[in-house]
Design a protein around this ligand. Structure first.
Ligand SMILES: *Cc1c(COP(=O)(O)O)cnc(C)c1O
Length: 410
C-alpha cells in the first residue's frame, strides 16, 4: 500500500504579489477549536471582525464583512449582486485584473464598455470621466492596485464623478488593502473588495468587502430570500433577482446582521485567521503600516537600481507593494526564478499576457515585507544573476539597501 508522508512544506521567503508569508500569530489562530456558527461566542467574533473591517476600509458603512472564497469571490459577489442584466457598465482596464472585471461583468449580462490603457501606466481621471459622460454607465468598475503591472490608479476624482452621475463605483482593492491607503468614504467608493493573502498576511480563502447605502439600495431592490427560509413578511424586490445564490449579498448581509438568517456555514478557522490579521494590522496602525511598506520598497528599489537593473512602467504610478523589474537581455528569467527558489528558498513572480518573459514582479506585502527579507533577496539575486552571466559591479545592491535602512532609523 502506498504510504503518504507527513506533510512538511518548506519554509520559504515569499516575495511575490501573493500569497505572502503568513504571520505566525495568524497560523496559531487557525489552530483553535471550532465553534458552532450560532454560538454567541462565535457571533461575537463575527461582529468584532466587522468592526475591525470598517477601520481597515476607513468607512462608516454598516456593511463590512468577508465573502467566503478567494478575493475573486468577493469581486464576483459584488458584481453579480450590483449589476442587473442589461445594465451599462464601464470598465477602464490597465492590466490583467481589469480584464477579469470585464469578464465577470459580461457574465452578469451587462452591456460593457471598455477603456484600455497601455500596460505600465494608469488613467488620467479625466479620460474615465469623459467616457462616463458619453456612455452614461449604471456602474463603473476598476482596479486600484494592478498587481500584473505594478501600477496604482488614483480614484478620488472618478469617485466624485460617479456620485455626480449617479453611477455605482466598484473598486478591486485586493492588492492594496492594508498596504497602501484605501479611503472608502473619502474617495466615494460604493463597493470595495479587499484581499487576505496580500497585504494582510492571512492565507487565501476570504474576501473582505464593504459597501454603502447606495449599493445596498440596489441589492435590496433585487432581493429574493431562499425558498426554505421565507416567512410571511418576506418581501420580494422589484428588479430582477441576483443570478447566484452563494454570492447574493442581500442574503449574505442577512447572515451577517443580527437576524443571522442562515446562508452558508461560516468558515470558522478562516474567520479566526482574518480576525487575527486585522488585529495585527490595527495594532501596528494603518499609517505606520503604510510607512513600513514604503520604506521596504525604497530599500528594494535602491538595491535593484544599484545592481544596474531597470524597473518597468511609469514611475509616477508605481504601486508601493509590487516592484516590476525588466529581465536583462540574454538572461533566462524563469531559470533565475527557479534558482532563487531551489537554492535560496526565495520566491519571486513572473508575469502574465504581454509581460510574460519580460519582467519579474517582486511583492513587498504584509509579513513578507521586512528588512531581512529584502536584504536576503538582494544578496541572493546578485549571486544568481552572476551565475547567469549578467555582469555588474559586485556587492552594491545590499549596500544600497543598507544605506536606506541606516538613514531611516526609526
Ligand atoms: C490577487 C488579485 C486578485 C485575485 O485574487 P484571488 O485571491 O486569487 O482570487 C484580484 N485582483 C487583484 C488586483 C489581485 O491582485
Amino acid at each position: 500500500m502506498k504510504r503518504y508522508e507527513d506533510l512538511s512544506p518548506s519554509l520559504r521567503c515569499i516575495m511575490t504579489p501573493g500569497p505572502v508569508e503568513v504571520d505566525p500569530r495568524v497560523l496559531r489562530a487557525m489552530s483553535f477549536p471550532v465553534l458552532g456558527q450560532f454560538d454567541p461566542e462565535f457571533t461575537d467574533i463575527m461582529n468584532e471582525t466587522m468592526e475591525m473591517l470598517r477601520k481597515l476600509f476607513v468607512t462608516d458603512n454598516d456593511w463590512a464583512y468577508p465573502v467566503d472564497g478567494t478575493s475573486r469571490s468577493g469581486i464576483e459577489a459584488v458584481m453579480v449582486s450590483l449589476i442587473e442584466p442589461g445594465d451599462r457598465v464601464l470598465i477602464p482596464i490597465f492590466g490583467r485584473f481589469g480584464h477579469l472585471l470585464h469578464e465577470i461583468a459580461e457574465r452578469c449580462g451587462a452591456e460593457v464598455f471598455v477603456l484600455e490603457k497601455t500596460w505600465g501606466s494608469v488613467f488620467e481621471p479625466n479620460e474615465v470621466i469623459a467616457a462616463m459622460k458619453s456612455f452614461r454607465p449604471h456602474v463603473v468598475a476598476m482596479v486600484h492596485g494592478e498587481t500584473s503591472t505594478g501600477r496604482v490608479q488614483p480614484l478620488l476624482e472618478i469617485g466624485r464623478a460617479c456620485r455626480e452621475q449617479d453611477a455605482l463605483f466598484i473598486v478591486d482593492a485586493v492588492a492594496t488593502i492594508g498596504g497602501v491607503p484605501v479611503e472608502t468614504d473619502a474617495w466615494m467608493l460604493d463597493a470595495v473588495i479587499g484581499g487576505t493573502q496580500k497585504c494582510l498576511s492571512v492565507p487565501s480563502g476570504m474576501a473582505p468587502i464593504s459597501y454603502n447605502e447606495r449599493a445596498e439600495a440596489k441589492l435590496l431592490s433585487r432581493k429574493r430570500v431562499e425558498r426554505g427560509l421565507r416567512t410571511g413578511e418576506t418581501q420580494r424586490g422589484k428588479l430582477s433577482f441576483v443570478r447566484s445564490n452563494y454570492f447574493d449579498l442581500g442574503m449574505l448581509q442577512d447572515y451577517w446582521s443580527p437576524k443571522r438568517l442562515n446562508h452558508h456555514t461560516e468558515m470558522t478557522s478562516m474567520l479566526y485567521a482574518l480576525r487575527e490579521g486585522l488585529r495585527l494590522t490595527l495594532e501596528e496602525g494603518l499609517e505606520a503600516r503604510f510607512a513600513r511598506h514604503a520604506l521596504h520598497e525604497e530599500a528594494l528599489v535602491a538595491g535593484l537600481t544599484a545592481m544596474g537593473l531597470k524597473l518597468y512602467g511609469d514611475p509616477a504610478s508605481k504601486l508601493t507593494v509590487v516592484t516590476c523589474v525588466l529581465i536583462p537581455e540574454g538572461v533566462d528569467g524563469e531559470s533565475v526564478r527557479f534558482m532563487l527558489l531551489n537554492r535560496f528558498g526565495i520566491e519571486i513572480a513572473s508575469s502574465f499576457g504581454p509581460l510574460k518573459g519580460l519582467i519579474w514582479r517582486i511583492g513587498t506585502m504584509g509579513f513578507s515585507c521586512r528588512e531581512n527579507n529584502i536584504l536576503r533577496l538582494l544578496g541572493a539575486l546578485e549571486a544568481v544573476l552572476i551565475r547567469h552571466g549578467y555582469s555588474m559591479p559586485c556587492g552594491l545592491g545590499v549596500q544600497a539597501a543598507l544605506d536606506v535602512y541606516e538613514s531611516n532609523i526609526r
